[in-house]
Each structure stands twice: as structure tokens, then as C-alpha cells.
Design a protein around this ligand. Structure first.
Ligand code: GLN
Length: 392
């Protein structure tokens, strides 16, 4: 067989999505890949049913259907505290995944450096490789996930073109404070670099933490590319609706990248989801209340079992410390991946091994998510309680 590209040998498949496949094979409760097991809002589904007969069913405008972009500009304009031009400052993509890839392809030349916090959402590594960029990792140090600003400045001094900020942060649940983002932004401006943000969990920020859009910070708009998605906010991860927002010159070029990558996101789904983008503030308040309850309930359950965990400030992920288990004779020398595979088969709960998010050698953390109905969380907690028996 002729040889494949060198590029494809430099990264693995997504471990997050692999864990879902293994979980399904064994019929486990899947708390690995983050997606809800409850329905999207009724209004969106009713509109989708109507769209089935009334259309549209053909290509949308490549950079997004007009009404979808208009609704998006209004919603995100409120978040950014400025007017967003839906014609020149938005590209609608196939999910947040394409948005990030599109941002990287738009700003990076092969050989460019990009700053990435570690732990990171695993797509960023592959995005860097596919766009030819080299990541420089900035540790977010567990358990508090703080970072050293001087390392960011060092990275920019090495010529980094951009910094990727996932806020709230997958997998560690960190919510960057306004002060932290201002400091990062100041450095980006000083070294003439971009801040590329991934804000897909923007509506899952638990009190007293607050979400700050980098694009809303004074002087930052022209250096910021915001990647986002409707997946988490409207519980429609399978619809693959994402977007980029940025200054017109960036977006004009991102539109070309997007056009040749995918042409466009599904037009019937854009039409149906436009209803969601027009929801009043009460929808987002309710969403946050629901996730706050789930978070508190699940964390309390973990405490009762005695599993050590962080307290996420945002997102629907929690990191569990499995070191006590890895110290047991039967797990000596095991990797976190092996432990997760064992857990799927023997405990019936799927998690993501933490090592797939860290650049550093981290083998003692696994990620679970709680975007599940209460009954599913109960079942998961009851299964997880079997883990603790191993320590007795
Ligand atoms: N963000 C989700 C997670 O980290 C998965 C997203 C995806 O698989 N595209 O689990």
C-alpha cells in the first residue's frame, strides 16, 4: 500500500471518543465523553419537526444562514457588550471542533508556536499538528489549577503566535478570573499575538465564579478569536453547530478555510436552533440552576463514597484522584487508561483517563461528567461505591 502522510502518525485517535465506544461495547454507564442524556428544549424540537416539511434542506450560505447569524450576533453581542456584525464577524461551523481547527488554520503557518494550557481539551494537540503549529504547554497545576504568568510571557518571547484559552476549562473546571484574562490579554497585546478562546461551557459557571469573555475586555477584540458551540448550551451535541467570532479581517479569511473544509453546517439544524438563540435570559438561568444542582448532588455523592475529587468552578466535569487505588497490589504499575478500561468492565462506569489531557506525566486522575439525569447519577454513584470496597 502507498505510504500515508507523516502527519497522521503523530497523534492518536481521541481517547475521549474511544472511551465512549468501549463503554458502549460493554454496556457501561458512560460518564466519559461529555454529552447530556436528556432532551434538548421542546421549542427547538418542535421547530425541527416543522423544518422537516418546510425546509430549508439545501446548502446554507457557507458561513452560516442569515437568521442564525443574526440571532447569534444579538446573543453574543450582549455577552461581549458590543455590536457584532453578522455579515463580517461570524462564521458558523460544524461544531466547536471545526471552529477551533478553522481558527488555527487561519492564523498559523507551519512551524508557528502556540501556547496551550495543560491539562487541555485533547483536540488542541491534534489541531496544532494538523495546522502545522508546535504547542508550548503552560501548566495549570492541580489541585487548584493555577498558572505562572511568567511562563506565558516566556512563550510569547519565543514567538508564540497565539494562546488557546478554554474557559471554563475542560477537563479541570477552572474558570479564569477577569484579572487572569486581563493579564493574559495584556501579554498577547504586548507581543502582538492572538487569544483563541474556547467558550463552549460559558453558561455552566457556578457561583460565585463569573464568566468573562476575552473579547469583551478593553482593547482585546481585535486580538481575540472566540470559538463556541450550541452543543452544551442547548443539549444538542450531535447537531454539530459551532461558530467563530472575531474581527472582520480574521473572519474574512476563516470563511475561506471553513468553506473548503466543510462548505457549511446543516441548514435544517441551523433553522431549528435559531429559536434557541432567541431564548430569554431565564433559559440560561434555568440551565445553570439545573447543572448547579447536578454538580452539587454528584459531588456530595462522591464525598459520601469517599472518592477524592476537585470542585469544578465551571463545566460539567470532575476530576477524581485514583492514586489510592493505583497503590493497591492488584493495580501496581497500571496506567490510568488501564484503570479506566478495568472500571468499564468491572464497575460499569466509563471515565476518561487524565493522561490524555496532560502534557506532564499525570497518571492519577480520571475525568467523569455529570450531564446526566438524576436517576443515572444515582446508578453511577451506586456502582462507583463498589470501588471503595477495594480500599477496605
Ligand atoms: N467536549 C466533550 C468532552 O470533552 C466532547 C466533545 C466531542 O467529543 N466533540 O467530553
Amino acid at each position: 500500500m502507498p505510504k500515508l502522510s507523516d502527519r497522521v502518525h503523530t497523534f492518536t485517535d481521541s481517547v475521549i471518543r474511544r472511551m465512549t465506544r468501549i463503554s458502549d461495547e460493554h454496556g457501561a454507564l458512560n460518564l466519559s465523553q461529555g454529552f447530556p442524556d436528556f432532551d434538548p428544549p421542546r421549542e427547538i424540537l418542535d421547530t425541527l419537526a416543522k423544518v422537516a416539511y418546510e425546509g430549508p434542506h439545501q446548502y446554507p450560505i457557507t458561513f452560516g444562514a442569515e437568521n442564525f447569524r443574526q440571532a447569534l450576533a444579538e446573543k453574543q453581542g450582549r455577552a461581549f457588550g458590543r455590536t457584532i456584525d453578522p455579515e463580517t464577524e461570524i462564521v458558523v461551523t460544524c461544531g466547536g471542533t471545526e471552529a477551533m481547527m478553522c481558527a488555527m488554520m487561519t492564523i498559523c503557518n507551519p512551524g508557528d508556536k502556540v501556547l496551550v494550557f495543560s491539562p487541555f481539551y485533547e483536540n488542541y494537540g491534534a489541531d496544532a499538528i494538523l495546522s502545522g503549529a508546535t504547542p508550548i504547554y503552560i501548566p495549570l497545576v492541580p489541585p487548584t489549577y493555577e498558572f505562572d504568568l511568567s511562563l506565558i510571557e516566556d512563550g510569547f518571547k519565543q514567538g508564540a503566535k497565539a494562546i488557546i484559552v478554554c474557559n471554563p476549562s475542560n477537563p479541570c473546571g477552572k474558570v479564569f478570573t477577569r484579572e487572569e484574562l486581563m493579564a493574559i490579554g495584556e501579554l498577547a497585546l504586548k507581543y502582538d499575538a492572538f487569544v483563541v478562546t474556547d467558550e463552549v461551557y460559558e453558561h455552566m459557571v457556578y457561583a460565585p465564579n463569573k464568566h468573562t469573555c476575552v473579547a469583551s475586555l478593553p482593547g482585546m477584540y481585535n486580538n481575540t478569536i472566540t470559538c463556541n458551540s450550541l452543543s452544551k448550551t442547548y443539549s444538542i451535541t450531535g447537531w454539530r453547530l459551532g461558530y467563530l467570532i472575531g474581527p472582520a479581517e480574521v473572519i474574512e479569511n476563516a470563511k475561506k478555510v471553513h468553506d473548503f473544509l466543510t462548505v457549511g453546517a446543516a441548514s435544517p439544524l441551523q433553522e431549528a436552533a435559531t429559536v434557541g438563540l432567541k431564548f430569554p435570559q431565564s433559559y440560561y438561568d434555568q440551565l445553570l440552576e439545573t447543572y448547579t444542582e447536578k454538580r452539587n448532588y454528584f459531588l456530595a455523592g462522591l464525598d459520601k463514597i469517599g472518592l477524592k475529587h476537585n470542585v469544578p468552578q465551571g463545566t460539567y466535569f470532575v476530576m477524581i484522584d485514583i492514586q489510592d487505588f493505583l497503590d493497591l497490589p492488584q493495580f501496581q504499575g497500571w496506567t490510568d487508561l488501564e484503570f479506566c478500561e478495568w472500571m468499564i468492565i468491572n464497575i460499569g462506569v466509563a471515565a476518561v483517563p487524565g493522561s490524555s489531557f496532560f502534557k506532564e506525566e499525570v497518571n492519577h486522575l480520571i475525568r467523569l461528567h455529570f450531564a446526566r439525569e438524576k436517576s443515572t447519577l444515582d446508578e453511577a454513584l451506586s456502582r462507583l461505591s463498589k470501588l471503595q470496597e477495594l480500599l477496605k
